[in-house]
Design a protein around this ligand. Structure first.
Ligand code: ACO
Length: 431
């Protein structure tokens, strides 16, 4: 961490304390309050971590006001246009764009690991057919630590590396298997002559009776979805991965924890919730009723796919995703279905509505990704698994960075306790 000469002074009761201020390469200054409790005997209170930097990182930067997202310094729109997912994986993991030789070697390493242990099939069979794929993927990812014993020692850099490659390579296979299981079709093995996105589409949509020919436009759109979701600095699931990893848990267990966190509708589950909401709205004439509900303080309903904790101007991923959505819908000749009409009209109305403008609520990436995935033929239950698949590389990069950080400690937040103070136990007959 860069030692800066700037300090912040905090005065309370009879104390005056000084804390160092660090200047990041981008973003607001950070006050180092690690000595606050030792020197001042108080904690800070910040539920939701809205003002707390939990770690130092060099991976991803977001400027929410400018609508900027950088992976290792590269803007997301440039990567979405010029790069592809496996190159982005290399960038996130190792910090720089690969040379041609490095890229070829990395692609070969990932491709070699796409199959899962044959015995893992039995795990799938233990689930009900109607299990949510996120439940299956969380379980199977965690179970990988029971299969790959040679990559669970977190103190060994080689094992950390193998675990990373294994997870990036196998998560599409596991996700596609979860899907196939839910629709009662046989699992489709990966094909290593296909690119990452085409292979995933084929594992989802091929059947033994009929081969699947990946369409380059759909593969490209799929690859972009992976790229746009690959990392997003210290969001809820990434922080979960770091917190789980801070105890020394093995990498498969940590990523499983991240997948579980991602599932919630305020986070990765929003893409599924968004499409379900569009279907529930049903027809354009129903939109005003839902807009009114979203504004009503007494109604818990929120417009899914709108708003973001960090982006308060626009979500740069949404911009790219909107272009992709147009390409995919055009290719598939879908321009008039009712859900799409509702989506377009809702986007228009919300962007013009004073409530949404004043609260800086814009369509986020999930709003458009749901529309694309639906058009591609994925059921809504697969939307969040596809997000998890994409984010795996980000979680791993952040986990590896944390393990390599000498200042890393077990995560252990404090609390503002408001419960009962000490009282004596009362025997049941006396209560
Ligand atoms: N619809 C209606 N009102 C909303 C919405 C929404 N989608 N989002 C926020 N608001 C309102 C809140 O009611 C609040 O109003 P108030 O100031 O009058 O109390 C104000 O806007 C601020 O909202 P917060 O909840 O404080 O903002 P926060 O940063 O905590 O929440 C979140 C961000 C969780 C993403 C929220 O906007 C939301 O629930 N959106 C819908 C779910 C969604 O699309 N999530 C995907 C996030 S992107 C991703 O994970 C890839």
């Amino acid at each position: 961490m860069m030692a800066d000469k700037k300090t912040a002074t905090l005065s309370f009761a009879d104390k005056t304390l000084e804390f160092p201020i660090y200047s990041p390469t981008a973003g607001p200054d950070v006050i180092d309050i690690r000595k606050l409790y030792a020197d001042g005997g108080v904690f800070t209170y910040d539920p939701g971590f809205t003002s707390t930097a939990s770690c130092e990182s060099k991976i991803t930067f977001i400027d929410g006001d400018k609508g900027e997202l950088l992976y290792r310094g590269y803007p997301i729109d440039q990567l979405a246009e010029k790069s592809h997912f496996l190159e982005v994986c290399f960038l996130l993991l190792y910090g720089n764009l690969p040379s041609a030789v490095e890229l070829e070697d990395f692609e070969a390493r990932v491709t070699k690991h796409t199959m899962v242990h044959e015995q893992m099939m039995y795990f799938f069979r233990g689930f009900r057919r109607d299990a949510h794929p996120m439940a299956i993927i969380t379980g199977v990812m965690g179970a990988m630590s029971a299969f790959y014993h040679d990559s669970t020692d977190i103190t060994d850099p080689w094992q950390r590396e193998v675990a990373a490659i294994r997870m990036i390579a196998k998560v599409p296979t596991i996700s596609a298997m979860a899907y196939k299981y839910s629709v009662g079709q046989p699992f489709v093995y990966p094909r290593n002559d296909l690119d990452f996105a085409s292979n995933f589409l084929r594992m989802c949509f091929a059947v033994p009776a009929e081969e699947y020919e990946p369409n380059p436009i759909l593969s490209r759109a799929m690859d972009r979805i992976f790229t746009l979701h690959a990392d997003h600095e210290q969001n809820a699931s990434t922080s979960t991965v770091r917190l789980a990893g801070s105890s020394g848990a093995n990498p498969f267990a940590c990523i499983a924890a991240g997948i579980a966190c991602l599932w919630g509708p305020a986070h990765g589950g929003a893409n599924q919730a968004c499409l379900e909401m569009l279907r529930e709205i049903g027809t354009v004439d129903q939109i005003p009723e839902y807009i009114a509900r979203a504004k009503d303080k007494d109604d818990p309903f929120r417009l899914m796919g709108f708003g973001h904790r960090v982006y308060k101007n626009f979500d740069p991923r949404a911009k790219v995703m909107k272009e992709s959505a147009d390409e995919v819908l055009d290719l598939l000749g879908i321009d008039n279905n009712e859900t799409l009409k509702v989506a377009k009209e809702l986007e228009k109305i919300a962007l013009e509505d004073e409530y949404f403008i004043s609260k800086k609520l814009y369509p986020n990436v999930d709003f458009y990704s749901g529309v694309i995935l639906d058009a591609m033929g994925f059921p809504t239950s697969m939307f969040t698994p596809i997000f998890a698949l994409s984010r795996t590389v980000g979680w791993i990069s952040q986990w590896k960075e944390m393990i390599g950080d000498p200042t890393q400690k077990i995560g252990r937040p404090r609390q503002l306790y408001q419960g009962a103070t000490m009282r004596d136990y009362v025997d049941v007959e006396d209560r």
